[in-house]
Every structure is written in structure tokens, then in C-alpha cells.
Design a protein around this ligand. Structure first.
Ligand code: SF4
Length: 223
């Protein structure tokens, strides 16, 4: 990797992370765009389009990537279409890959690695930085998530919504009429592949419905 991302040292990222924790998401997105565009992308899950909305307002040509595992709910693929129409975007869809059928049944870790992580890795090949909608409120395991950090590839990872509560998301969606995956209204507060996602019960964290009944809590995209 070279260029602007290298000009941000780990010490600077640490300082920025502390500062951005008290600044609006708009400021974080604006910094990422100014620093890294066009070698910046946004990895979208299509649970909602809050971060897409914020990013398009800052810079409509930022590349938006969707990882298609082949196991998404129909509602998620419909949301992808809705988002593209609403914002006049052509989302870069990665995959789905060809791996053994029902790989998730036999080896979920390898399935996530092949279907998600490897495809994200390919999407980031020419990038210096990427953004995601990861939030601390989604689960205890994400409670300490940074706003900006360096990922294991050496790229800068930006989570502009890291400090947002569920209410913050709901408020932004209502104020800006942002598209939301219809599964959210059915209790799917964190939406992944259908074999590994269930709706959450009252009092559960958003991500408690992911890989429920197993020790797995992350697919590896955000490690
Ligand atoms: S979430 Fe489940 S189906 Fe999707 S890639 Fe991971 S193991 Fe496979």
C-alpha cells in the first residue's frame, strides 16, 4: 500500500480515533473522503442505507461494495435494488463464490472465510481505506470498536457510526427517509446469511441473532 494511507501513522490514527469519538458521523465520512477517495470504499450489508446516505451526501462516487454470499435473504437482495434505484448507484457486487454446497453446515468458519472475508479482500485490492456501518451498540463484543483504526491488511478502517445508538439510527432513517431492509421490522436487527441469522428477542443485542447457539460471533470481516 502507498500514498495517503501511509501518510496516516498509527499514532495519528489513535489521535483521530479519540477525536472522532466526539464528532458527528458526517465529519468522519468527510475526512475519509478527503483523505482517501477514490481509493476508498464502503462495505454495505444492506440492513439499512444510513451510511450509504451519509456517504452519497459527501461524495456520490465513492465505491460501494456488497458481498454476495449466495445465502442472503430475498429481502436483502430487494434492499440492494432499492438502494441502487434510490441513490442512482451501481453497487459493486462481489460473488457469490463457488464452494461446496451448504458449506455453512459443515464448517461455518471456513464458509465465512471463503464467502465473505476472501471476497472483501478482493474488493479492497486497490484500496487504501474502507468504511463499514459497524456500531458499538450492536453487541458487547463490539463495545470497544474504534472509529478509525488500521486493519490486518494495513488499510485504514473507518466506522463512522461506531458511537451511534439504535435511537440515533432510527432518528436518521426517519429524518432522511432512508431505505431499510424489511426484515428489520420482523426482528432481524442484524442481518446476515439466512442459515445463520434469526430474529432477536426483547432484551437481546442486535447481533444475538447471528450464529445463535454457537460460540461464533463474527464472520471475520471486522477482525
Ligand atoms: S454467515 Fe453462515 S452462510 Fe454466511 S458465509 Fe458465514 S457461515 Fe456461510
Amino acid at each position: 500500500m502507498a500514498g495517503a494511507a501511509r501518510s496516516v501513522s498509527d499514532a495519528q490514527l489513535e489521535e483521530l480515533d479519540g477525536r472522532f469519538g466526539h464528532e458527528p458521523a458526517e465529519a468522519v465520512v468527510a475526512w475519509a473522503v478527503e483523505q482517501f477517495h477514490p481509493r476508498l470504499c464502503l462495505a454495505a450489508s444492506m440492513s439499512d442505507a444510513v451510511l450509504i446516505d451519509l456517504t452519497v451526501r459527501a461524495e456520490p462516487s465513492v465505491e460501494i461494495v456488497f458481498i454476495d454470499t449466495g445465502y442472503h435473504f430475498p429481502e436483502t437482495m430487494e434492499t440492494l435494488d432499492t438502494v441502487q434505484q434510490r441513490y442512482g448507484l451501481k453497487v459493486r457486487v462481489m460473488g457469490p463464490p463457488r464452494e461446496p454446497a451448504e458449506f455453512w453446515k459443515t464448517d461455518p468458519a471456513a464458509c465465512c472465510s471463503a464467502y465473505k472475508v476472501a471476497q472483501l479482500h478482493a474488493a479492497l485490492e486497490s484500496k487504501l481505506a474502507w468504511m463499514s456501518g459497524l456500531r458499538r451498540a450492536e453487541s458487547p463484543s463490539r463495545a470497544g470498536a474504534p472509529v478509525v483504526s488500521r486493519d490486518r491488511r494495513g488499510l485504514v478502517k473507518v466506522n463512522p457510526l461506531a458511537t451511534w445508538s439504535d435511537d440515533d439510527v432510527a432518528r436518521y432513517v426517519a429524518e432522511h427517509d432512508v431505505p431499510v431492509n424489511p426484515l428489520v421490522a420482523k426482528g432481524y436487527l442484524s442481518i446476515g446469511c439466512w442459515p445463520c441469522t434469526r430474529p432477536v428477542e426483547a432484551g437481546e443485542h442486535a447481533r444475538d441473532g447471528r450464529w445463535a447457539g454457537s460460540a461464533k460471533t463474527e464472520c471475520g470481516l471486522h477482525v
